[in-house]
Every structure is written in structure tokens, then in C-alpha cells.
Design a protein around this ligand. Structure first.
Ligand SMILES: O=c1[nH]c(=O)n([C@H]2C[C@H](O)[C@@H](COP(=O)(O)O)O2)cc1CO
Ligand SMILES: [Zn+2]
Length: 156
């Protein structure tokens, strides 16, 4: 009898790779973000990526930033984390204590939304906006609301 395979990927790696796969769908030319929500039984509840609201086609959408808020993508895009929550078809009570895997540390708006959805842990890959005002607010919200966060590195 052959022994079992031992070089399987970890749960962290599996869920983060699912988040990365989701990010590959993003049409944002500057920052592609993916999110994967996994429950405490290692089941994927939902995935999402940053995109335009339904009806506002992401192919025609002008993906630029501008001084004029009317023409700035940031005011139109739904964030990956929000999409992952909104894409979820189950009962929110089953999201209690779940972990969200994100390719980028959540902004403060997403932090609030994740807290309110019952997320218990944030696992992130990149934190390129570390130290910015928004990022500090986000960490403040997570800290004060008892949501833990940790960074993972992928082996390849
Ligand atoms: O938590 C997040 N989730 C998320 O989906 N995003 C998206 C919104 C934008 O489409 C993009 C950020 O664009 P930029 O890096 O050009 O400012 O990433 C950004 C953040 C945090 O910055
Ligand atoms: Zn956000």
C-alpha cells in the first residue's frame, strides 16, 4: 500500500489561491483584489473581486482616477470583500466566525462590513496601503471589534 501524499497545500494556501483566482477576473488596471470566505469547517462560502455594479458594464467603464469624483473609479467600484458577502447565497448566521482571505488588506469601509457580517478573522496577502489613513482606520476598526488579522506568504 502506498503511503498518503504529504505535500498537499495547506488550507491557508488553498483559500488564498481561490481569492487570487477571483482577483484574476478584475478589470481594474491598477489593483486587482480577490476575496474568499471560508467557514470554520473549511468550506468556501463565497468569493468576490473588485468590479462595477451590475448594469454598469466593466468593459465600457472608464477605469481611471480623477480629481472630479464623478469620474473617479473609486466611487463606482464594489470592493472584493463586499462582493464576496453579497454573492453569498446562504444564511448570514453561517458566516459567524468565518475567515475572509483577501489578496489586499481591506479598506475601512470593508472592515466595517466584514465585522457586521460576523467575520472573525482576516487573512491577507498584500498590505500595499499599510500606514495610510484609511488603512489605520481599518486596523483600528478590526482591533476594536475583535476581528483578528494575519498575513500569509505563499510558497510559490
Ligand atoms: O479593500 C479593498 N478592496 C478592494 O476591492 N479594493 C479595490 C478598489 C479599487 O478597484 C482598487 C484600488 O485601486 P487603486 O489601488 O488604484 O486605488 O482595489 C481596494 C481595497 C483597499 O484598498
Ligand atoms: Zn474595501
Amino acid at each position: 500500500m502506498p503511503g498518503k501524499r504529504t505535500d498537499v497545500i495547506s488550507w491557508d494556501e488553498f483559500f488564498m489561491k481561490a481569492a487570487i483566482a477571483a482577483s484574476l477576473r478584475s478589470k481594474d488596471p491598477n489593483t486587482q483584489v480577490g476575496a474568499c470566505i471560508a467557514d470554520t469547517n473549511h468550506r468556501i462560502l463565497s468569493v468576490g473581486y473588485n468590479g462595477t455594479p451590475r448594469g454598469l458594464g466593466d468593459d465600457e467603464f472608464p477605469w481611471g482616477t480623477a480629481d472630479d469624483p464623478l469620474h473617479d473609479k473609486h466611487n463606482y467600484v464594489i470592493h472584493a470583500e463586499a462582493n464576496a458577502i453579497l454573492n453569498y447565497r446562504g444564511s448570514l448566521k453561517d458566516m459567524t466566525g468565518a475567515t475572509v482571505y483577501v489578496t489586499l488588506f481591506p479598506c475601512h469601509e470593508c472592515a466595517k462590513t466584514l465585522v457586521q457580517a460576523g467575520i472573525g478573522e482576516v487573512v491577507y496577502l498584500d498590505d500595499k496601503y499599510d500606514g495610510t489613513e484609511d488603512n489605520l482606520i481599518s486596523k483600528n476598526i478590526l482591533d476594536r471589534c475583535g476581528v483578528s488579522y494575519r498575513q500569509v506568504e505563499l510558497s510559490e
